[in-house]
Design a protein around this ligand. Structure first.
Ligand code: SAM
Length: 291
């Protein structure tokens, strides 16, 4: 594994050798900018002995760089042709294991926990230059099993990245922002222009870093929390008093809930922070279970 896969000529030769070309249906835009690659790996900060789960390793550019820093990398790739390329590339590198699988059909947290336990580790870093067409699905999967991860480093379409870190009351703020911010501290590391990939995507990308909170803000009230968030954003321009009616509460019940949580009923859901939604979920649960 000597030559770097961020070199376009090396990448093209490796793909050609295996009879492959980038498949747009699988979101195959390969990173070909060595400087961006180094910045991503610096953000991941792989340490010797750590385990990283990477989704969509492609031709292995990021995989290779993380393994070179001494981490173990479990890389899940859907494309069988790329898996053959990766098997050959990492033939002599014991720290890299390639698994052919569709990440959307796998329980990524269970895979991570299983391999971590075998290595006597507790947590795993999640890394992916995500195929854009399934980034929301995979992000939700990660968010719903947040405690499996030590950190999450994902390259996303810039618009999706901006939604993850958006502040309450801004136009990008929505269900994804609340879900992410209820379980992790999320920040945008940097943006990446289309020219850093081959073939060039039509959009800018951004790297998002998430560090899980010790405990999700919603505590034991996850399902109430998500019901409230969904109801609030289904009709985001309406006041909470009106939007929460879809939860089969009458006007009086909604007013009581908001008063109990100490939230002004004239506010719109899109102005509530993740902690305020958590307060609302706790109040909702208390009122539901009141004798
Ligand atoms: N990590 C490589 C890089 O940065 O150059 C490639 C990133 S490319 C944007 C996305 C990768 O995800 C491709 O290798 C693609 O084949 C893979 N992929 C697409 N759908 C997948 C799925 N459902 N499960 C696993 N991998 C998938």
């Amino acid at each position: 594994m000597d030559a770097s896969m961020t070199s376009l000529s090396v990448l093209r030769a490796a793909l050609a050798k295996h009879g492959l070309s980038p498949n747009p249906k699988l979101g195959q835009n390969f990173l070909v900018d060595a400087n961006i690659l180094r910045k991503i790996v610096d953000e991941v900060s792989p340490n010797p002995g750590e385990l990283i789960l990477e989704v969509g390793p492609g031709a292995g550019a990021l995989t290779q760089a993380m393994a070179r820093r001494g981490a173990w990398v479990l890389a899940l790739e859907y494309d069988r042709g790329l898996c053959r390329l990766l098997d050959e590339l990492f033939y002599s590198c014991q720290r890299v294991s390639i698994i052919q699988a569709d990440a959307t059909k796998e329980d990524l947290a269970a895979i991570a926990r299983h391999h971590a336990a075998q290595m006597g580790l507790y947590k795993v870093k999640f890394v992916s230059n995500l195929p854009y067409y399934l980034s929301s699905d995979l992000l939700y999967q990660i968010i719903h099993n947040i405690l499996a991860w030590e950190s999450i480093t994902v390259m996303l379409q810039r618009e999706v990245a901006e939604r993850v870190v958006a502040f309450p009351g801004t136009k990008n703020y929505g269900g994804l922002s609340v879900a992410a911010q209820a379980v992790a501290e999320a920040r945008l590391a940097f943006s990446v222009p289309p020219g850093a990939f081959w073939p060039r995507p039509e959009v800018y990308s951004s790297l998002v870093i998430m560090h899980p909170l010790a405990r999700p803000l919603y505590g034991q009230c996850a399902s109430d929390f998500y019901s409230l968030v969904n109801a609030a954003f289904r009709q985001r321009r309406k006041t909470l008093a009106s939007a929460l009616k879809s939860l089969e509460m009458d006007r009086q019940g909604t007013a009581e809930l908001l008063a109990y949580a100490g939230i002004d009923s004239a506010r719109r859901g899109e102005t509530l922070s993740a902690s305020e939604f958590a307060l609302l979920a706790a109040a909702y649960r208390s009122l539901k279970h009141r004798p």
